[in-house]
Design a protein around this ligand. Structure first.
Ligand code: TPP
Length: 360
């Protein structure tokens, strides 16, 4: 790599970090305390859930692959908070937090990771394929970019029916380098679809830093190619992410127009639980941990007089208890029965054809 390219990459990396590490502004006075505490609770719950999932994976209680949201909690909770319960959510395989943020119980998510019948996909999906039609959580997808054409198609269906729902499609930074990303954005713009493309720029696609894999490292610029409004937000600030998603949802709902958000975040761990991430400098991880979105949000709440330290402590303990109970529930739940498989391998795998599902 020549010196100029290297220098450009270093500048790009610094630029991304400066967005993520912005000091968090004071909480506006018109924010509702219960709502804010609920965001905080969800962030803490997701943190403990993911730490426990990692532990259970290393004890071989969870099979397949397992990708965590550690460090991305403000992005995850802000994204979910900006949407309505009637909106549709599509994500990649790093979706445990989004499922919880969308209202799926931590019990049903943990049971799915354990491959149990009580899991939200009845044990047929596992970590990368969480699903709940009632909550319009349309799935995690293991193929990089796999969720984009599906979400774009769902937005086409919403527009075709003339309804007011919005489709929100989450993806990682690496996904913006795939063909389907460009095809989907182009299609969405041509047909004026009510969709939000939401990029979680956690700085890495597997082991590759964003500047090494993408010719344009300020990823929100990619939307210009499709004449689509776009914005970059601090993914460590739950309120900034929520507000960006709300604005994009308003554009989608009221004008039936697509838009794109890039939330600049940092994934504390490697690509999956088994990736020790040796390709990262210790200082880089350390500096990201110093910007941990959870304590940062707690201090903002404390400074605004909305949270006391002992309450923060209780929230933490409550989340730990819930996650422990979720593990017990998953442990004690039955496996999908052999009879169920014999009756039809496609059950819970393909959409049923009965009329009750139509228009859901
Ligand atoms: C089509 C396809 N190519 C390659 C892979 C292997 N793969 C899994 S995740 C990943 C990196 C994706 O990175 P990014 O979109 O930034 O998401 P992140 O994992 O950081 O959330 C790759 C290359 C895959 N699953 N699907």
């Amino acid at each position: 790599m020549d010196t100029n390219t290297k220098r450009k990459q270093q500048l790009d990396a610094r630029n991304a970090a400066s967005v993520r590490d912005q000091t968090h502004p004071t909480i506006p006075g018109d924010e509702d305390r219960d709502t804010l505490l609920n965001y905080y609770r969800q962030m803490v719950l997701i943190r403990h859930f993911e730490e426990k999932a990692s532990e259970m994976y290393t004890k071989a209680r969870i099979g397949g692959y397992c990708h965590l949201n550690l460090g991305e909690e403000a992005t995850v909770v802000g994204f979910c908070a900006g949407l309505e319960p009637t909106d549709y959510v599509y994500t990649n395989y790093r979706e445990h937090g989004y499922a919880i943020g969308r209202g799926i119980s931590s019990y049903a998510v943990m049971a799915e990771l354990f491959g149990k019948e009580t899991g939200c996909s009845h044990g047929r999906g596992g970590s990368m394929h969480l699903f709940d039609l009632g909550r319009r959580f349309m799935g995690g997808y293991a193929i990089v970019g796999g969720e984009l054409p599906l979400a774009t198609g769902a937005a086409f269906a919403v527009a075709y029916r003339g309804s007011r729902e919005v489709v929100a499609c989450q993806m990682g930074d690496g996904t913006t380098n795939t063909g389907v990303f460009h095809e989907s954005l182009n299609f969405a713009k041509i047909y004026s679809l009510p969709i939000i493309y939401f990029i979680v720029n956690n700085q890495y696609g597997m082991g590759l830093r964003v500047e090494q894999g993408s010719a344009v490292s300020e990823l929100y610029h990619k939307a210009c190619a499709y004449n689509m409004p776009s914005e970059r937000v601090n993914g460590n600030d739950v309120l900034a992410v929520r507000d960006a998603v709300r604005s994009a949802a308003k554009i989608a709902r009221e004008q039936h127009e697509p838009s794109l958000i890039e939330a600049v975040s940092y994934r504390f761990g490697g690509h999956s639980v088994v990736d020790p991430a040796r390709y990262r400098e210790k200082e880089e991880v350390q500096s990201a941990r110093e910007q941990d979105p959870i304590p940062a949000f707690a201090s903002r709440l404390i400074s605004a007089g909305l949270l006391h330290e002992h309450e923060a402590h209780e929230i933490d303990e409550q989340a730990q208890r819930e996650v422990d109970a979720a593990v017990r529930f998953a442990d004690e739940s039955p496996e999908p029965s052999v009879e169920a498989f014999l009756q039809g391998l496609e059950e819970y795998v393909y959409a049923p054809t009965d009329a009750s599902m139509k228009g859901a």
